[in-house]
Design a protein around this ligand. Structure first.
Ligand code: C5P
Length: 227
């Protein structure tokens, strides 16, 4: 049975997407990065001046949701799917620190969540999918065959994120990244709608001191037991 559903939740920059991509490749699952969807909605809101430093126009964001079309297109060269907002590739724009600083506030809006959750359920309904986010095991696929919950220390995560952005050529400081990681943890875990929380039946991985390889192997064993 290769049609299983795997939910990967956890704090930001815990290596969720790295592990999920490796799993997807090995087992030929579809990988869905739901954070990219929240980031794309945030980018759209920013482009239209509905959100920015110190302001958020919730009603305008809600009424513009009907104008937002999200899709993933597989990039053969990169080996994973990229995010498209209204048919434009926004993979690079959604990963900036600026979007990271706005996204958690946009993701706390219930109407935004309702739209994205239903699209995610549609994408995953046939199974054979590994989806990463914050509410996959609790809200999107509460009946997932396997639920993973990833954690790591804020410092470790900020270092990882800092390296990613520096390698891309962004000019940012480690302090700003650490602040952002902590702030997103706070907003994501305390919002009213679908807060980030470990599902009772999720298996927790703390990778503060564990390499991706080691973790990947353990997760493969868990999956092999389900297939
Ligand atoms: O996974 P990533 O760090 O790219 O997610 C960006 C933000 O999107 C999170 O900090 C969170 O606010 C929001 N998010 C969410 N629910 C998900 C995935 C992401 O609220 N399933």
């Amino acid at each position: 049975n290769n049609n299983i559903t795997i939910a990967v939740d956890g704090f930001s920059s815990t290596g969720k997407s790295t592990v999920a991509k490796l799993i997807a490749k090995k087992y030929n699952f579809i990988y869905v990065d739901t954070g990219a969807m929240y980031r794309a909605v945030t980018l759209f809101a920013k482009q239209n001046n509905f959100v920015g430093k110190g302001f958020l126009e919730e009603t305008k964001i809600i009424s513009s949701l009907k104008d937002i079309s999200l899709s993933f297109k597989f990039n053969e060269k990169l080996g994973f799917a990229e995010m498209y907002l209204n048919n434009v590739n926004v993979e690079k724009e959604i990963r900036t620190l600026e979007i990271s600083q706005l996204v958690s506030k946009v993701a706390a809006i219930s109407e935004v969540r309702k739209k994205l959750v239903s699209e995610q359920q549609e994408m995953g309904k046939k199974g054979g999918v590994i989806m990463d986010g914050r509410d996959i095991g609790t809200v999107v696929f509460p009946n997932a065959d396997l639920k993973l919950f990833m954690t790591a220390s804020a410092e470790k995560r900020a270092k990882r994120r800092y390296k990613e952005l520096i390698d891309r050529g962004d000019k940012i400081s480690y302090e700003d990244i650490l602040l952002n990681v902590k702030e997103r943890d706070r907003i994501d875990s305390t919002r009213d709608d679908s807060p980030l929380i470990k599902a009772d039946d999720a298996i927790e991985f703390d990778n503060s001191n564990m390499g991706i390889e080691e973790q990947f192997k353990e997760i493969c064993t868990l999956i092999d037991n389900k297939l």
